[in-house]
Design a protein around this ligand. Structure first.
Ligand SMILES: Nc1nc2c(ncn2[C@@H]2O[C@H](COP(=O)(O)OP(=O)(O)OP(=O)(O)O)[C@@H](O)[C@H]2O)c(=O)[nH]1
Ligand SMILES: [Mg+2]
Ligand SMILES: [Zn+2]
Length: 371
């Protein structure tokens, strides 16, 4: 399967101004309602912003040297009005300018490359956010018109799941895959806590993952207790920037601790019903050495799909792409048209019916939202 990259790829070829405007002057301009940069910033935090704008991280114009990713600071954690970065071999605390601070969850993410400047009192302050090569975003669960960044500049995003405690939710995997493909990163699925399933039950217990087996998405069974699968996971992440995402309690932080014993990230117990306790409360980028960085993220219950509609949804079901070329209509939705190759392949199970059902359900959901 050819990985679909975020639509913003081509955008990076576009010309970028490299004026050396001073930070203070630039900040004043942002506050001016008439300024194009200010307008762009306001748009960015709203659902009408295009996906390109999510990848186009700029906040202020970058000088030629600032636009070099190699020398840029990398954001390892974001908190209210501040962020922690890794820069010139050391960690630094940085202030966020008001234009970022007021919308920081929509504008700045762990993994972002940023240009710094010195502020009053010898503090460091973020001056500009460099363009991103990928992003993982979701709508704010309380305000779906606002998008929230989960991570930026990730090569691979691993959706960690467990078969038991908490139980598997395949429909959440469908949603994660769409969000990951859409953001331009490579997806993978990690089935943790495999130690809880005796070998003789594995085939039956793993059956709900079969719909994903036909995709070009690695599926790795692992256990932080027995050590099974950790090498494969380490291999997948080697030399890359990865993110672990998924339901609370599946073991994301435990996996990071198991991959690198120097990390001592807090892990949590489970509620009686087997669900997690939301132990990790903010995303953090961890340096595993050898050019490998992994972002641990807080567990989530639901994943909305940001800025997707019925027409773009089908682009994020990679198994439908080749079939779609053989449908009678170019713009076939694969829902009700005659001579639809996707439906034909579902009937012969070469496209998994559970994945097609997920497509139909999401499409209906989006139709309802559009009404
Ligand atoms: N049996 C078993 N339990 C595990 C495994 N990995 C983690 N756990 C347990 O699962 C619970 C939750 O682990 P965490 O690492 O805190 O889970 P998390 O995904 O980071 O959770 P949040 O931070 O809340 O999103 C802890 O009690 C861990 O000890 C595993 O491979 N097998
Ligand atoms: Mg955690
Ligand atoms: Zn079709």
């Amino acid at each position: 399967m050819k990985l679909r990259r975020g639509a913003g790829k081509a955008h990076h070829g576009s010309k970028r101004k490299t004026g050396a405007r001073g930070g203070a002057a630039a900040l004043e301009e942002f506050e001016d309602a008439g300024s194009p940069v200010g307008a762009r910033l306001r748009r960015r935090a709203e659902s009408s912003a295009t996906f390109d704008e999510l990848l186009d991280g700029d906040f202020g114009d970058l000088t030629a040297s600032e636009s070099e990713r190699d020398g840029a600071a990398i954001v390892i954690n974001v908190s209210s009005g501040r962020c922690r970065v890794f820069h010139d071999g050391v960690e630094k605390d940085c202030l966020l300018p008001p234009q970022i601070a007021t919308r920081q969850k929509s504008m700045l993410a762990v993994g972002d490359r940023v240009a710094l400047e010195t502020a009053d009192g010898g503090n460091w302050r973020v001056r500009a956010i460099l363009p991103r090569h990928s992003v993982l975003a979701r709508p704010d669960p309380l305000n779906p018109h606002l998008q929230r960044l989960i991570a930026a500049n990730i090569d691979v995003v691993i959706n960690v799941v467990s078969l038991k405690t908490p139980p598997l939710r395949p429909r959440l995997i469908d949603r994660f895959l769409i969000a990951i493909f859409r953001g331009g990163a490579q997806p993978a699925i990690c089935v943790n806590k495999i130690d809880l399933v005796p070998p003789e039950d594995r085939e039956r217990e793993l059956a709900p993952l079969l719909p994903f087996a036909g995709l070009d998405v690695p599926i790795i069974g692992c256990s932080t207790r027995s050590g099974e699968g950790l090498d494969a996971l380490g291999e997948l992440l080697r030399g890359k920037t990865g993110a672990l995402v998924g339901h609370s309690g599946v073991g994301k932080s435990s996996i990071l601790n198991a991959l690198d014993e120097r990390l001592q990230i807090a892990t949590g117990g489970l509620h009686k019903r087997g669900t997690g306790r939301h132990t990790t409360t903010s995303s953090t980028l961890h340096d595993l050495g050898g050019g490998t960085f992994v972002i641990d993220t807080p567990g989530i219950r639901e994943l909305g799909l940001w800025n997707l509609d019925r027409d773009t949804l089908r682009e994020y079901f990679p198994e439908m792409q080749a079939a779609a070329e053989l449908c009678r209509f170019n713009d076939c939705t694969h829902l009700h048209e005659p001579d639809c190759e996707v439906k034909a392949r579902v009937a012969t199970r070469s496209i998994h019916p559970a994945r097609y059902d997920a497509y139909v359900r999401l499409s209906e959901e989006m139709g309802e939202t559009a009404r």
